[in-house]
Design a protein around this ligand. Sequence first.
Ligand code: GDP
Length: 356
Amino acid sequence: SLTIGIVGLPNVGKSTLFNALTRNEVLAANYPFATIEPNTGVVGVPDPRLGVLSDMYHSQRVVPATVTFVDIAGLVRGASEGQGLGNKFLANIRESDAICQVIRAFHDDDVAHVDGRVSPHDDIETINTELILADLQTIEKVLPRLTKEARLIKDKQPVLAAVEEAKQVLDSGRTVFAAGLDPEPLYDLHLLTAKPFLYAFNVDEDQLTDEGAKQELRKLVAPAEAIFLDAKIESELVELPDDEALELLQSMGQEESGLSQLARVGFATLGLQTFLTAGEKESRAWTIRRGATAPEAAGVIHTDFQRGFIKAEIVSYDDLIAAGSMAEAKAQGKVRMEGKDYIMRDGDIVDFRFNV
Ligand code: GDP
C-alpha cells in the first residue's frame, strides 16, 4: 500500500506526533494478521458516513480506509551529503509515496531548536535544500547517459526535456512538486521533490484558532496542503475516551483532532479516494486511486470480482441518505447500473455483480 514518510528536523515534536499516531492505530482491530514494522503507523481515515451506514444496515462492524505513515529518522542539515543517517534517510524517503514535513511553530524555551530560534520559514528551507540537493545529485548522475540515449532514441527526448526542466527548477531552489511539473516522465528517477508534499505545523495551543497565523504558515508551503496541530495535546487526546477527547477538542475550538486531519489530508495527498460498501456484516470504506474504474474498484475487494466483473450497482451516499433506505432509493430511480468504463466517484455505495 502507499505510504507517507514523516520527516522533520530534531526537536520539532516528530516523535511525540508519531507516538500518538501509533497509539491510534486501527490495524489491530481490523487486520489481526497483518504484521507491521515498528516505524510504521496505520491509522483510520475518519469518515462519518460509515457510522450512518452502519446504523442503517445494523452492521456488525465498521472498517475505515487507512493511511500508512512511516517515521523517517535522520533529517539533519547535510543529510544529502551523508551527514547523520544521510544515506539511510534518503533511501527511506525514496520509498515513500508522499512526504509529510513536521515543522516546529511552537515556542518553548525548554525545548532547544537546532538553529537556536523558531522559524518555520527557515526550517522548511533547510529541509527542502537537502531534498533538492539529493535530487540534483540524482539528475547529474543520469544526465550524461540520458543525453546520449536521447540522441539515438526519439522516445527518450521527452524524458530528457523533463529532466532538464526539473534541473532548472531545482537549481532555482524550488521543488519539482511546488513547480507543478508533470511527475510522469520523471518517474524512473524517483526524485524526492517530485513526490506530493504535506505539512504538519506543530503549533502552540493558542495558534490553533489563530487564523491569521495559520494563513501566514499556509502561504509558506502552498500549493502543498497544511494542517495544524499541537503534538503534545494530540498525545493527550489519544489517551482519552472518545467523548472526553471531543470535549477537550471543543474547548480549544477544534472539531477534529490533528491526527484525524493528518489521516484525511494525507489520504487525499496520496491521490486516493474511497468507495463504500454496506451490509449486515460490515460498513466499509475501500481504497482506490482517484480515477479508478468500476472493475478496478471491484478488484480491491477480490481479484475474482475484477476478473468476472459484469456491472456495478451504485447509489451515491447522499441519494441513499435522502431516500432513507435502499428500497426507497431504488423506487426513486437513484440506483444505477454502471459498466466497466465507469469512473468511480467519492461516496459511491457499491454492490458488484460478477461471474465466478
Ligand atoms: P523530535 O526530535 O522531533 O522527535 O521531537 P520530540 O517529539 O522528541 O519532542 C522534543 C521535545 O519537544 C519534547 O520534550 C516534547 O515534549 C516537546 N514537544 C513536542 N511537541 C510539543 C508541542 O507541541 N509543544 C511543546 N511546548 N513542546 C512540545
